[in-house]
Design a protein around this ligand. Structure first.
Ligand SMILES: [Zn+2]
Length: 1018
């Protein structure tokens, strides 16, 4: 899966705690179920206990009646079947023992070989949409058993039978007992006779269920008819990690792979899609005297059997969507499916997907195993996208773009497609054995998405972007005491869902990139090992160690290299000290946020540590000798250098050491303060003496050390910002803006802050002037990254109070209000204002943040009138920047209203809570409306829980009183929200302590810089 869209990246940077992972913009796409669901589960349980016998009788009657009414074709049944009434179900509540099977995992001795799945879908509005059918599962029983276990949740299972297909003369058996384990989500069928080992059993389970608005299992999604505006519905699936069991009874565990032959029946106005190609359709409408459009078996679609695969990757969709296509070099057909009338928005994705598929086939030397690939934009979608084999589902913002879409939207589409297509090999072709290795899927897809998207968009400079968007993101999340090891033991579905986080994705991807670089710089091919691993486990399952073994060489034991990175929480910082002219001391320890207690056990990571020494002996800074690499395995390592490498030859000569060349290693570094001062001076004198990523890494790690309280004097690190006036590249500005904003966030209510703001706005002056609001004859090869830089730089400048930028934004806003119709798209606005599309957010954010009711209401009207979701999100995000209390309250109420799609509610609320003042207001609002929030999320947004909102609210609690208030309320919340509060409070408390020690130093530094400028002007 991939994470939800991050459409608010350039909003109000300084109002946020960029530090300490307090606000993780790319937050988990999955989180534990909300309280509402748990309440519902309990209710279901009570109903089961009290009414099951009655329900069974009733449901049999209802299904028989439905079958007649809906013209269900009678199933032919297995030869010899005598349908029997099953034993009355017994409900076994969570935690209880005594049932036939209550282990976390399914029994090993009953495995599925093949599923024949045949079902009909009736789409009839929000409350009457249903599905029903039957599954016949061929089983391999390897140990005598009198019971069979399958997963199923909120499905009616009736008339279950099992038969040995090799013994046609024997009648099928019906269970004598039917246990339902609500906690483990098992149905256990106990049969009157023992089943001897054989691989010829056919388990037949008729079932029926309801299409919900839960965004999981088999669910309903809604969109508006473009012509009439009426609600239209489609039925779609989201099974990862454990929700296939909500759509059909199955062995819902990643290592219980099988083949699937799927037949779907739909009403005449719909068509069906699934993982495989269609082999047969039947459009003859049986029983034409019935209500034609309500006949769920009017049309039939039979799909080719799948290869051996896991249940969580099955998908089926019933919709009226339309395709636009492309073909790969090898002839695989690629189609992007959109709402009717929007296919032109899918042409970019279709072309990109075909090119990326070609690239992966070439790189991995393994053909994409299916004959087709469908990509579909689902209007209500919890994650960013889901890699179902051959039928990938996307949030529409992650798949659809028009010719005038902003560069960041285009990049998101390319990278999300590349992420999901990487899963077709990493996850689908070879699958993790159990969820504790989820990172193997997600880390790989994250690592590969940058390579895949680069194949179709080489000017995006994605390799350089990896550092900030994944590695730094991982380092921020993993510096918390609340982090977890990548390899985590998990049991129940709620625990599994918590693993879809920055650790599995970003840390996992960063470790793979580090291993790749280490192997390749030692002359080994990383991808040869990867191909070996994929081939060895084709259509099967694997564990982390299988990959490391395949990557290892006689010289490099990759298992040992990655052990601590995978099994320990956190990551190291390497401190560089000069022992004498010829020796360096390198020591490692875990890097933690400010104020965190030192961990009890010392961990040694294996660190491929690289560095280069620079000197200014010729007058300009330049490297001295070659690059060095040493594998650190101990807590301290003394490194001997050739010659007197660290002994300056002349009086004015200085030395500087840059560790982690190219920032390939997932560690931070600390160098002696004098060297940081040297680097700050040299960068002003020769801004490009270090490569861009080395400049970015120097800023990032030096400032991280400042914020973590690892330096006594902040001035040396803050002086690194001084060269920015001359900086032109996106990776360096990206790192700098995050850190400039981070320091601002830490002291944002300090009365002396104005001096810091002045210094920062002066640093921005030259760059803002250079980049401007319009494009002028720019080189195509750098257009994209300059566009990203422009958006981020101007957005930051506006939010930190850069007057010329604010004035420009406000005047453009006035022009827009006066000359652009309220329902015009971003393309029209940009044409009228003569600016690039990505700057519209800067214009509207500035207007709302610095304005009052008029600006807010004007933007709200555009949000409500927007025709495209990307446009609507730009206006919605702007509303979250309002500062006046009554407008913040209005935004909070808007979040819970039907105007905001449930997939966007939590993110918008978190954004609205993004400042110290607004977080208090959102907090008050949520306390009053928490039940409404939970109720809505049960209906439409089960995955997007409020963890992010609580983390933001708690993270922005500036005063002790505010933190106490949040803490008190946090105690009343469910565990997953509590976790959000705990993370937020950790960073808010650390920030308060940090301020007490360091705020005066920041202010003094700012005054000193302002003094220098004043002297220079005189
Ligand atoms: Zn993924």
């Amino acid at each position: 899966m991939s994470t939800p869209a991050t459409y608010g990246d350039y909003r109000s940077v300084p109002d946020r705690d960029v530090e300490d992972g307090a606000v993780d913009h790319n937050h988990d796409d999955l989180a534990p179920p909300t309280r509402w669901e748990r309440v519902r589960d309990t209710t279901t349980h009570i109903i089961n206990v009290l009414f099951i016998p009655l329900l069974v009788v009733l449901s049999v009657v209802i299904i028989v009646t439905l079958a007649i009414l809906l013209a269900v074709r009678p199933h032919t049944g297995t030869p010899g079947t005598t349908p029997t009434h099953p034993g009355a179900p017994i409900t076994i509540p969570p935690g209880a023992h005594g049932g036939k099977w209550d282990q976390v995992k399914l029994p090993e001795f009953i495995r599925p070989i093949h599923y024949d799945l045949d079902f009909a879908t009736l789409i009839d509005g929000e409350f009457n949409s249903t599905f029903e059918g039957h599954v016949v599962i061929r089983l391999n029983v390897t140990q005598a058993t009198d019971f069979v276990v399958v997963h199923a949740v909120e499905l009616n299972l009736t008339d279950v039978t099992i038969a040995d297909s090799s013994k046609a003369d024997q009648p099928a058996l019906a269970p004598i007992r039917h246990e339902i384990h609500t906690g483990k989500q098992y149905h256990v069928f106990v049969f009157p006779e023992t089943l001897a080992p054989a691989d010829t059993y056919l388990l037949r389970v008729p079932y029926a269920g309801t299409l919900t608005r839960d965004l999981r299992g088999y669910y309903l999604a809604k969109y508006a008819d473009p012509a009439t505006g009426d609600a239209k519905w489609l039925a779609t699936t989201q099974f990862e990690p454990t929700d296939a069991r909500r759509a059909f009874p199955c062995f819902d565990q990643p290592d219980h792979k099988a083949t699937f032959a799927i037949t779907m029946h739909t009403q005449p106005q719909f068509h069906a899609l699934s993982n495989m190609k269609l082999v047969e359709t039947d459009m003859s409408i049986p029983n034409e005297d019935q209500d034609f459009t309500k006949n769920p078996r009017a049309k039939s679609y039979k799909f080719a059997p799948t290869p051996k695969m896991s249940t969580y990757l099955i998908a089926f969709i019933v919709s009226e969507f339309e395709p636009t296509g492309a073909t790969t070099k090898r002839g695989v057909s690629v189609a992007v499916w959109t709402q009717p009338g929007q296919t032109h928005m899918g042409t970019y994705a279709a072309k990109a997907a075909a090119e990326i598929l070609d690239f992966y086939e070439e790189l991995l030397q393994i053909e994409y195993p299916l004959p087709k690939l469908d990509l579909i934009a689902v209007p209500d979608f919890a994650a960013g996208a889901m890699e179902n084999w051959g039928l990938v589902t996307y949030r529409d913002t992650a798949l659809l773009i028009g010719p005038s879409s902003a560069p960041n939207n285009r990049q998101r589409v390319a990278t999300v497609i590349a992420h999901e297509l990487a899963h077709q090999w990493f996850g689908n072709f070879v699958t993790m054995k159990w969820w504790d290795d989820l990172w193997l899927n997600e880390g790989f897809a994250t690592f590969m998405e940058f390579l895949g998207a680069n194949a179709t968009e080489p000017t995006f400079e994605l390799d350089a972007q990896f550092y900030r968007s994944e590695q730094v993101r991982a380092q921020l999340a993993d510096a918390s005491v609340h982090t977890h090891p990548i390899h985590a033991n998990v049991a129940d579905p709620a625990e599994i869902e918590t693993l879809f986080d920055a650790i599995s994705y970003a840390k996992g991807g960063s470790i793979l990139r580090m291993v790749q670089h280490h192997l390749e710089s030692n002359g080994h091919s990383f991808f040869a090992g990867v191909t070996k691993y994929l081939r060895a486990h084709a259509y099967g399952n694997a564990e982390s160690k299988d990959l490391w073994t395949a990557l290892s060489t006689p010289e490099i034991d990759v298992n040992a290299l990655v052990a601590a990175w995978i099994h320990e929480p956190g990551y190291p910082i390497v401190t560089v000290e000069q022992v004498n002219a010829t020796h360096l001391k390198l020591s490692q320890e875990r890097f933690l946020n400010f104020g965190a207690d030192k961990p009890k056990a010392h961990v040694n990571w294996q660190i491929p540590f690289s560095f280069a020494i620079y000197s200014n002996r010729t007058g300009t800074p330049e490297p001295l000798g070659h690059e060095h690499t040493v594998l650190l395995t101990e807590s301290e390592t003394i490194v001997a250098l050739e010659g007197a490498a660290l002994a300056p030859l002349a009086k004015k000569e200085h030395r500087f050491i840059k560790p982690n060349l190219g920032q390939y290693g997932l560690y931070r570094f600390a160098i002696p303060e004098a060297m940081t001062e040297t680097a700050a001076e040299w960068l002003v004198q020769a801004p490009t003496f270090l490569a861009p990523l080395d400049r970015a890494g120097l800023i990032e790690d030096s400032l991280a050390a400042v914020v973590a309280g690892r330096t006594e004097k902040l001035a040396a690190a803050l002086n690194l910002f001084q060269f920015l006036s001359a900086e032109e590249t996106y990776p360096v500005w990206g790192a700098a803006l995050s850190r400039l904003g981070g320091v601002h966030a830490l002291i944002r209510l300090d009365p002396e802050l104005v001096a810091y703001r002045q210094v920062v706005t002066r640093l921005l002056d030259a760059a803002v002037e250079r980049i401007g609001w319009t494009e002028t004859n720019e080189d195509e090869s750098t257009w994209h990254v300059r566009a990203l830089l422009r958006t981020e730089l101007l957005g930051f400048a506006s939010s930190i109070g850069h007057e010329p930028t604010i004035a420009m934004a406000k005047s453009l806003f006035k022009k827009m209000v006066k000359h652009v119709p309220v329902d015009a798209g971003l393309d029209v606005i940009t044409k009228k204002l003569k600016i690039v599309p990505a700057l519209v957010p800067v214009v509207v954010n500035t207007a709302v943040r610095t304005g009052g009711d008029n600006e807010y209401l004007s933007v709200e009207a555009r949000f409500r009138a927007a025709k495209l979701i990307n446009d609507a999100l730009v206006f919605l995000t702007a509303l979250s920047t309002a500062q006046a209390p009554h407008l913040v309250a209005r935004s909070a109420a808007l979040a819970l209203s039907p105007a905001v799609r449930s997939q966007d509610t939590s993110r918008f609320l978190a954004q609205t809570a993004g400042s110290a003042v607004s977080s208090t207001l959102v907090f008050d609002y949520l306390r009053e409306h928490w039940d409404a929030y939970l109720a809505q999320f049960g209906q439409g947004g089960a995955f997007s829980s409020g963890v992010e909102i609580w983390e933001t609210i708690a993270g922005n609690a500036y005063s002790t009183a505010a933190r106490d208030r949040v803490e008190a309320v946090g105690k009343e919340l469910d565990a997953n929200f509590k976790q959000g509060v705990a993370k937020g409070l950790e960073s808010a408390t650390a920030a308060a302590k940090w301020r007490a020690v360091y705020a005066s130093q920041v202010v003094a530094w700012a005054h000193a810089r302002l003094g220098e400028v004043a002297v220079a002007v005189e």
